[in-house]
Structure formats: C-alpha cells, structure tokens
Write a protein that binds this ligand. Sequence first.
Ligand code: ATP
Length: 232
Amino acid sequence: MTAIVELEHIEKRYGAIAAVNDVSFALQPGESVALIGHNGAGKTTLFKMMLGLSRPTSGDIRVLGDHPAAGEFAARKRLGYLPESVSFNGALTGREVLSFYARLKDASTDKIDSLLERVGLTAAADRPIRTYSKGMRQRLGLIQALFGDPLLLLLDEPTTGLDPALRLEFYEIVQELQQQGATIVLSSHALTELEERASRIIILNRGRMVANGSIDELRKLAGLPIKIRVTV
Ligand code: ATP
C-alpha cells in the first residue's frame, strides 16, 4: 500500500527554535489521524510542510507520492485544507464563495448544490455570510476544502469555537468523508475530543513526536486500564 503522507526525520527550525524536531511517521489511505498538542507544539508547522507552503530544514517529506514544496507538485489539487480560522468576506453569499474556491481548484461548480445540502446550508446558500453563525461558517470552510475530491484532508483545529452539538455534527461529516476513502488529519489541543474518532493519534510536544498509535496502544503504553489522560 502506498502511503499518503511520509515524513522521515523532519526538522523545521526558525532561528534557534525547532518548531518540528525529528518527526517521522507515515499515513496510509483511509486513516483518520489526530495530531494533538498544546500551543506551539508544531501542528500548524507540520500542516504547512504537508501543504508545500514551507520546506523542512532537513528530512524528507512526501505527500501523495511527491515532494509538496516542488514546483511541479501535481497532486496539489487533491489536497483539502481547512485552516484554524477561516474568514470569508461577509458581503458574499455562501454560493459565491464556493464558486470562487471551485474555480481555484479547477473543479466543476456542479457539485456546489450537493455539497451545500450535505452540510445543511442549502437554505442559507444565497444569503450573505455575515448572517451565518460560527458553525455555518465552519461548515462552509469544510466544503471549500472538498473541491477536487481530496485524497488528503488537513483540518487544523477545525472545531475551535463550536459548541458540543456543532462539533458532533462537524465530526459526523468528516467521518463520512473518511468512509469514502479520504485520509484525514485533524489537529486539536485536546486528546479527549478526538480519542474515539481517530484511528491513530500522534502527540506532539514542543516539536517532538512523543506518541504515535491507536488509542488502545496509547492506553497500554500509559499503563492505564480505563480512560487515558496524556499530559503533553
Ligand atoms: P497552536 O495550537 O497555537 O496553533 P501549533 O502546535 O500549531 O500551535 P506552530 O504554530 O506549528 O504550533 O508553532 C510551533 C513553534 O514554532 C512555536 O514556538 C512558534 O512560535 C514557532 N513558529 C511557527 N511559525 C514560525 C515562524 N514563521 N517564525 C518563527 N517562529 C515560528
């Protein structure tokens, strides 16, 4: 099986700071992976390297079989990314924003209606985004990441600011996408939020990977028979 993402001894330095320090892992097709760590752990830096927005200082990174920062990264259109905070021009309607993103990815605009329906935004599609709730904006953000049928979906702290019901709703959509074969990477500060949802958990602490495994493996590692509480 060809890995969707492969990182080998990745290091990213900003001057004296090692934002990512000797991190290696591989993600297989259809996995859902939780990237857990406190502020400054290196989650966004890893996302940026997977997206090709930033090059590692050393080490090798391959995404969909290629180097993401290379000029000719043919698989770029098969990546979907939802940043930690996504802001839209409030004067535009949801449909207008989606048309823009579809064109950006050379994707057909035919899918807009079905995507809007999938996340419950059909009735709001032609209203300006300034009238949307935080949850609606986040669901719109998720749709923009879905153009081009992404093989890899990178979601950076996607549920920040959402209440528990909206979080649940958001994760249900993400789970559907995974069941359809996408590889999903979700980042969060809290392990508890993702422990039952991710097939694998990677814990980062100050740039270093301190755990990588299924929740059961991590529980065994921690020697805890019941619920895990990993402090990073
Ligand atoms: P958060 O949960 O706050 O988003 P994070 O886990 O995403 O945190 P990163 O944003 O990857 O963490 O940051 C990792 C470390 O690298 C931090 O110490 C941060 O200050 C530093 N860092 C990130 N980007 C830069 C940059 N462009 N220049 C200098 N330092 C940076």
